[in-house]
Design a protein around this ligand. Structure first.
Ligand code: GLA
Length: 387
């Protein structure tokens, strides 16, 4: 997290005034349960200490001036403007801001302007939910009194922004984790019912490490929407034979009714991934970390071979991670096609792990990976001048 103190001078330089509030919105990492939030499954994300810090001074008019430290760019518009969104998937960071504000406008929330500074230590577009982080942040800053006690609504409205105005038919996981995360807890989210419970994220002598492949994600949006459509098609067929209410709850035996290989693979992943999540939760509760690790790696194999959302770079990271003595499991996390992996590594072996995987990864891909050791934190919040 970038501290508020480090940003105060820049705020003054940009806006010639002093902020009156500060906020932090975390990124998220999904421990397990990938590509099943939109299939009615269980997922297990955590909010992480990498995220976006915002300083804000509210205005009495409708002008919004927003400065991004990461892009070194100022954007100005009026709340009264009709918002337009970038086309051809060439999204600008301000599109996410406007998408969220548009949802608030659609809900008739009264919006005045503000001067806002944004600074992020969350790698952007790396599968750690930088988009959910900005969406939840904007909604929370402009409608805090309501969302503070209505965090499920915050997640749903932020998801609405992403789906309606950004064009990604995402599930609820990312926005839910960013809105509702809790320090040192993993969130078991039932995506069919949109209900959640917390599981202590107790990894004993292990810790999880995030590894960014730094492979620019390509085709993520179109492939993501394609996967969703395949799952919908599969469930439409399976529903004729199985009483399940969603794809994740279909009985494995019913898969035999699917003649199409692709639909078979996608459905198999969804059903078994859902079971793996519950298996991991049980194992975490018992402190059986070897089992947690095994399930992570199983999840990766399924995402690679059946769901086909991995890529060479992510596979290399998982391959070398799981060959390292001291790592008990690894998988890609997030939508895939690039982005990040997580690995469960013995605490006293993390330094060696990082240098080993970094070296092997560069040898095999000519790219250089980034490694993050993060804390599990609360969802988006007002920093209340504590920092
Ligand atoms: C993206 C989406 C989520 C989820 C993951 C894959 O992050 O925003 O809703 O589907 O991909 O698990």
């Amino acid at each position: 997290m970038i501290s508020v103190n480090d940003l105060k001078d820049t705020f003054f330089q940009q806006f010639n005034c002093v902020k009156d509030a500060a906020y932090f919105s975390p990124g998220r990492v999904n421990l397990i349960g990938e590509h099943i939030d939109y299939n009615g499954g269980f997922v297990l994300p955590v909010a992480i200490s990498l995220g976006i810090t915002a300083l804000i001074k509210k205005r009495n008019d409708t002008t919004v001036r927003m400065y991004s430290c990461d892009f070194n760019e100022m954007v100005q518009f009026s709340m009264d403007d009709e918002f337009h969104f970038s086309e051809n998937k060439k999204l600008h960071w301000s599109d996410y801001v406007k998408a969220m504000l548009q949802v608030l406008k659609d809900k008739q929330v009264t919006l005045l302007g503000a001067d806002i500074l944004l600074a992020s230590d969350l790698p952007l577009g790396a599968g750690l939910s930088s988009s959910a982080a900005i969406e939840c942040l904007i909604a929370f800053m402009f409608n805090e009194t309501f969302y503070e006690n209505n965090r499920v609504a915050l997640a749903i409205d932020a998801q609405h922004a992403e789906r309606t105005y950004i064009g990604v038919q995402c599930g609820i996981m990312d926005q839910f984790a960013v809105a509702n995360g809790k320090t040192n807890q993993a969130m078991l989210l039932n995506c069919a019912e949109i209900s959640h419970q917390f599981i202590p994220a107790n990894f004993g002598e292990y810790q999880f490490i995030i590894i960014n492949s730094n492979k620019p994600r390509s085709l993520t949006e179109s492939k993501y929407n394609e996967r969703r459509a395949e799952c919908e098609q599969a469930f439409k067929l399976l529903k004729k034979y199985d009483i399940a209410e969603n794809l994740c709850n279909v009985h494995v035996i019913s898969l035999a009714y699917l003649e199409d290989d692709i639909l078979y693979q996608r459905s198999k992943h969804a059903i078994l991934e859902n079971q793996r999540v519950l298996h991991v939760v049980q194992a975490l509760e018992k402190g059986a970390l070897e089992i947690v690790g095994e399930q992570l790696t199983e999840s990766h194999i399924s995402l690679d071979t059946d769901y086909e959302v991995s890529c060479h770079e992510l596979n290399m990271i998982v391959h070398y991670s799981t060959h390292f003595d001291g790592c008990i499991g690894a998988r890609m996390t997030g939508a895939g096609f690039g982005g990040c992996c997580i690995a469960l590594v013995k605490k006293d072996r993390t330094k060696k792990f990082i240098s080993y995987v970094a070296k092997k990864y560069t040898e095999k891909t000519s790219l250089s990976a980034s490694f993050y050791e993060v804390n599990i934190v609360d969802g988006v919040k007002n920093l209340d001048d504590k920092f």
